[in-house]
Design a protein around this ligand. Structure first.
Ligand code: SAM
Length: 215
């Protein structure tokens, strides 16, 4: 087949980050998400990965504003936030469906003094059945990794995993562009999704703020 010069020019114009995004769309379009996540991590196509602690988490930890007790980070990826939150009074479970992501997370944790307060588990959030409920759950770009049809299930599972007075913190990437990204969602759907998935489950309060997107 003759090379298409227009496509070549377009590919050459993409930044490294845009190339990752394009590859991510290619993988997620060609296979189910259950296997796609592992492949994305294996080949390093992880444009969401900040490769460090989220600064808001660092601030919350500094101000001791995250509940103590048992904390869950579903879809923990490289685990930076898991390790940052862990302390003798805050035992943190990092859960991910990708074994490769967890290997990265464990390698990072092994260099940190809080590693003894951390547990990483390779499991599917939706079937995860821990022996005890969690005092807090921290979700960073996990909610928005699922299509809107799955979000009520996500909320039900969150309600099941949280202790009665537990606290859920969710950070999501938003997009206002018309670009299909598996983990992003439109501001309008954010506004309409959040109350509709939370309020029927007796979550008492919710609030959200906008963060800069980097994906
Ligand atoms: C967009 S990434 C966010 C990773 C990390 N929280 C961060 O912000 O860097 C979503 C993560 O959820 C994991 N994941 C997706 N579906 C999952 C599921 N059903 N159960 C557990 N982890 C899942 C993926 O492997 C991936 O690491």
């Amino acid at each position: 087949m003759e090379p298409n010069p227009n496509l070549d020019v377009k590919a050459a114009e993409l930044t490294p980050h845009q190339k990752l995004q394009a590859r991510l769309r290619e993988i997620t379009a060609s296979q189910p998400m259950e296997t796609a996540w592992e492949q994305l991590w294996k080949e390093g196509t992880s444009p969401w990965d900040a490769q460090g602690v989220n600064p808001v988490v660092a601030q919350l930890v500094k101000e001791n504003q995250i509940r103590e007790g048992r904390v869950l980070v579903p879809g923990c990826g490289s685990g930076y936030d898991v390790v940052a939150m862990a302390s003798p009074n805050r035992r943190v479970v990092g859960l991910d469906i990708s074994e490769t992501a967890l290997q990265i997370a464990k390698a990072h944790a092994s260099k940190c003094s809080s590693s003894e307060f951390v547990q990483f588990l390779n499991a599917d959030f939706f079937t995860y059945n821990p022996p005890q409920k969690f005092d807090a759950i921290f979700d960073y770009t996990f909610f928005c990794a699922f299509p809107p049809s799955v979000r009520p299930q996500w909320a039900e599972k969150m309600a099941e995993l949280l202790a009665l007075d537990g606290e859920l913190i969710t950070f999501s990437h938003l997009t206002i562009e018309k670009v299909s990204r598996p983990w992003a969602f439109q501001l309008t759907s954010c506004e309409s999704n959040i109350p509709s998935v939370f309020l029927p489950l007796s979550f008492s309060t919710y609030k959200y703020c906008l963060l800069d997107t980097f994906c």
